[in-house]
Design a protein around this ligand. Structure first.
Ligand code: TYD
Length: 392
């Protein structure tokens, strides 16, 4: 049974950047639930994929060096460790992963037509459609089976997980490998990063919930890697239960143990988290107000979906954070959903007129600090809410 533990108030669609400021943007009550039986954490309100992932979808995987590097390393590992003939990526976005492979060996699936166009243009086979049993059957008719299916930060965005996994097992070869990669529930709770919750993140996976989920499809995890991407993610390596040639590595037991030790299987853990989230809201707004009272200027860095959750939950508008900057062309000159803070194009002197930078893309803190050495040198300070609101 699903039980609510967190209410993040009324939130707009996190990636719905408007070209004109509007007080009327549609909002949804964002509640987060824990299922005591399956151990799955999910949000209550499901928005249709067609509304969220359309031909104007602004998120691009290739926008940060960190993500490009992560996909490049993974492609090397896949080639060496699994030697697949044919790879399929569900949610291939702008091709950050697939372009590391030979065109003959890889297929992309990307429903956002603006993104699919990018890889199609580079002559990579790309299906610009939603991942479901119809598409899986269509691909099966042409390619018979796939040796390795990969998906990062996508499966948690699809409401019907039963269809997702049926579509995967329909296509995966007998000894095929499935690799999925998504933000870590354990890291989210440890970091108080409640901003991992927004309309697109329907689920936040843990090893516990993934293990329970896979059982029904005769799949099991045989390895888990902990990644630093997206503020802490897990990469789950999955095989068919029947495939006894692949051994289950100790990383799986270790992760399950860590999660149980932290209490990810108990509702009380989530209730405690919810209390910390409320404290985080008060502490962050207090810091921002104090700075504004001194007539100092604050700019937001990285107009992320995560920052949209923070702005709307903490009720932060342009009186506190004057402006946001971002490198993504689709976001520039638009407004932060729900709070109408303008997003301006990033350039290397953009921080010159500001005293403080709110880290919207806190998950790229290292990359940003390196890039903004001059701002730091001249006494500029960063504000983050992760793991606790503070000035760095
Ligand atoms: P990400 O944290 O992956 O976002 P989300 O919460 O939406 O999943 O996205 C990072 C965003 O930050 C993306 O819009 C690009 C932007 N960005 C910059 O503008 N400059 C930078 O130096 C970095 C690293 C990211």
């Amino acid at each position: 049974m699903n039980k609510e533990f967190l209410n993040l108030g009324f939130q707009p669609l996190a990636n719905e950047y408007l070209s004109k400021a509007s007080p009327k943007q549609k909002k949804y009550n964002l509640k987060v639930l824990f299922n005591n039986k399956t151990k799955m954490v999910s949000i209550s309100k499901r928005i249709s994929s067609k509304v969220m992932f359309n031909a104007k979808y602004p998120y691009r995987s290739s926008m940060s060096r960190t993500m490009r590097k992560s996909f490049e390393n993974l492609s090397k590992e896949i080639k060496k460790r699994f030697c697949p003939n044919l790879i399929l990526e569900i949610g291939s976005n702008d091709g950050a992963l697939i372009t590391n492979f030979n065109r003959k060996n890889v297929i992309g699936v990307e429903p956002c037509k603006n993104l699919a166009k990018i890889t199609k243009k580079k002559n990579y086979v790309t299906y610009d459609d939603y991942w479901n049993i119809n598409l899986s059957t269509k691909i099966k008719r042409k390619y018979n089976s796939i040796d390795l299916i990969y998906s990062a930060n996508t499966l948690t965005h699809i409401s019907n997980l039963d269809d997702v996994f049926k579509s995967i097992t329909n296509l995966l070869s007998k000894n095929g490998i499935l690799i999925i990669e998504d933000p870590s529930l354990l890291e989210c709770l440890k970091n108080n990063s409640y901003d991992q919750f927004y309309n697109e993140h329907i689920y936040l996976f843990s090893a516990l919930s993934v293990k329970n989920l896979l059982r029904k499809y005769n799949l099991e995890i045989f390895d888990i890697k902990n990644l630093t991407t997206h503020g802490g993610s897990h990469r789950y390596y999955i095989k068919r239960t029947k495939n006894s040639e692949i051994k289950i590595l100790s990383s799986v037991k270790k992760q399950l143990f860590k999660e149980k030790k932290y209490g990810l299987d108990k509702f009380s853990t989530y209730k405690n988290f919810s209390g910390r989230v409320m404290q985080s809201k008060f502490a962050l707004t207090k810091i921002l107000k104090k700075i504004k009272d001194k007539n100092k200027k604050i700019i937001g860095y990285g107009a992320t979906a995560k920052a949209v959750t923070v702005m709307n939950y903490c009720n932060i508008d342009k009186n506190l954070i004057s402006i946001f900057t971002d490198t993504t062309p689709e976001k520039v000159n638009n407004y932060m959903p729900g709070k109408n803070i303008k997003i301006v194009k990033y350039h290397k002197n953009i921080l010159n007129n500001y005293n403080y930078v709110f880290l919207g893309a806190w998950n790229f803190k290292k990359e940003i600090f390196k890039k903004e050495k001059n701002f730091i040198k001249r006494g500029g300070r960063f504000i983050t809410h992760i793991p606790k609101p503070r000035i760095i």
